[in-house]
Design a protein around this ligand. Structure first.
Ligand SMILES: CC(C)(COP(=O)(O)OP(=O)(O)OC[C@H]1O[C@@H](n2cnc3c(N)ncnc32)[C@H](O)[C@@H]1OP(=O)(O)O)[C@@H](O)C(=O)NCCC(=O)NCCS
Length: 221
């Protein structure tokens, strides 16, 4: 039966394309590599990442499977997952603001992702975590701002949501700073280790007014 709506993002815009690397206000965003397994495993040692992403990571084999799953999701057109990297600055070398280039090398400081991607509807959800040592410098906001720019301007999505537990105020603040408006609470919507949590829903539409670039607390987390 023919559909009455046209796809927001024509499938041909994604098929066969390779995942871009992006530059985000002093940070690089690049596809995950198998070599990131030790960093990914270490990130899931953090109680907050384990809690809010509702999973553990036993060893590097599991981390490699996680990475392979992320890259397979790109090929399937269901998610776009980036490692967020910070330039490695030698202690005898002055830091240069905004010096990270797209795909730049450096240490992994976080994850930024568009999940639940639906090209026909023009929809995705934004997900993020930042390793404990890099927190406090708006890494999630800086990386998320670039992911949203890519989602709306380059890919052509219509709506991106952020959903977080009502017990996670840090994620709420990140969503606000990303210009994702609060839309309400989905009661008992997500299962965590301690049961179902009410989830606060935020979203930004392509047609929402642009948000000013966040002033970064530091260019080198
Ligand atoms: C949420 C998270 C990604 C933010 O990391 P970050 O980018 O380093 O964020 P920052 O520490 O720079 O904080 C960003 C903003 O949130 C605010 N914030 C941080 N912790 C907060 C808290 N517990 N309550 C309220 N606001 C908080 C900061 O003050 C800052 O706002 P400001 O710059 O206006 O002062 C990070 O804490 C994390 O990885 N948490 C565990 C995983 C997680 O929660 N993921 C999201 C699941 S939905």
């Amino acid at each position: 039966m023919p559909l009455t709506a046209e796809p927001v993002v024509p499938a041909g815009r994604w098929d066969g394309s390779s995942q871009p690397s992006l530059a985000a206000d002093g940070l690089g965003l690049r596809p995950w590599h198998r070599e990131d397994a030790a960093d990914v495993r270490a990130a899931y040692d953090d109680d907050a990442i384990r809690r809010w992403h509702a999973r553990t990571m036993a060893d590097e084999d599991e981390a490699r499977a996680w990475i392979e799953g992320k890259n397979a999701a790109w090929r399937a057109g269901t998610a776009a997952e980036w490692a967020v990297v910070a330039p490695t600055v030698r202690v005898d070398e002055p830091a240069q603001e905004g010096s990270a280039s797209a795909g730049g090398t450096g240490r992994v400081v976080g994850r930024a992702a568009l999940t639940h991607l639906n090209l026909f509807e023009g929809y995705a959800a934004l997900a993020y975590w930042v390793v404990p040592e890099a927190r406090g410098r708006r890494v999630a906001v800086r990386a998320g701002t670039e992911v949203l720019r890519w989602a709306f301007e380059d890919l052509g999505l219509h709506r991106v949501e952020v959903e977080h537990s009502t017990r996670n105020p840090a994620s709420c603040r990140v969503a606000e700073l990303l210009g994702c408006r609060a839309e309400g609470v989905r009661r008992g919507h997500a299962l965590h280790a301690d049961g179902h949590h009410d989830m606060h829903l935020h979203a930004r539409l392509r047609t929402d007014a642009a948000v000013g670039a966040p002033s970064s607390a530091s260019a080198t987390p």
